[in-house]
Design a protein around this ligand. Structure first.
Ligand SMILES: Cc1cc2nc3c(=O)[nH]c(=O)nc-3n(C[C@H](O)[C@H](O)[C@H](O)COP(=O)(O)O)c2cc1C
Length: 154
């Protein structure tokens, strides 16, 4: 895999930190080009040219933010077959994996022929403003390796 784009939203900086940990891990895994950007400055036309697209959101009221949801919907205009998508979220209480599942479903409903790397990543933060809970960032690093290695025909 040559080019990876990471698109995320982050109100308090925790999801941004996860995006950065993933970016560094992908670079460490030998991916030549890894870019990350906030969803409000992401140009979907450019993002859709990447080999892999990772989308991250904080859990807001049980799902991804409105902007992230809109971005995922905007990907439906592109032929992403042969590419891979992966989703990640941050959450507080008992909402492990909830925003990730919603993002995956939102995407899969419109893009049938694209590999979604599973399981998606869901990292706990300690309270609304974080920080990312102890040990969680290491899961982000493992997830990046999965993204880099998971076979497209898996
Ligand atoms: C408006 C709002 C709604 C939230 N709702 C939930 C929720 O339903 N479940 C949950 O686990 N966390 C919820 N949270 C906590 C966020 O998931 C947490 O603040 C976020 O992971 C921090 O990420 P960030 O620093 O990237 O913004 C909510 C936070 C905000 C600001």
């Amino acid at each position: 895999m040559q080019r990876v784009a990471i698109v995320y939203e982050s109100k308090y900086g925790n999801t941004a930190q996860v995006a950065e940990a993933i970016r560094e891990a992908l670079r460490g895994a030998g991916v030549p080009e890894v870019v990350s950007m906030k969803v409000d400055s992401a140009d979907v036309n450019k993002v859709a040219t990447f080999d892999a697209i990772l989308v991250g959101s904080p859990n807001h009221i049980g799902g991804p933010t409105r902007r992230v949801k809109k971005f995922i919907r905007s990907l439906a205009a592109f032929d992403l077959s042969g590419k891979r998508l992966a989703f990640f979220d941050t959450y507080i209480g008992g909402d492990f994996g909830k925003a990730v599942a919603k993002m995956e479903n939102e995407f899969k409903a419109r893009n049938k022929d694209t590999l979604v790397v599973t399981p998606g990543l869901s990292l706990r933060v300690d309270g609304m403003k974080g920080p990312v809970a102890e040990g969680e960032l290491a899961k982000g690093v493992a997830f990046a390796k999965l993204v880099a290695e998971q076979r497209v025909d898996a």
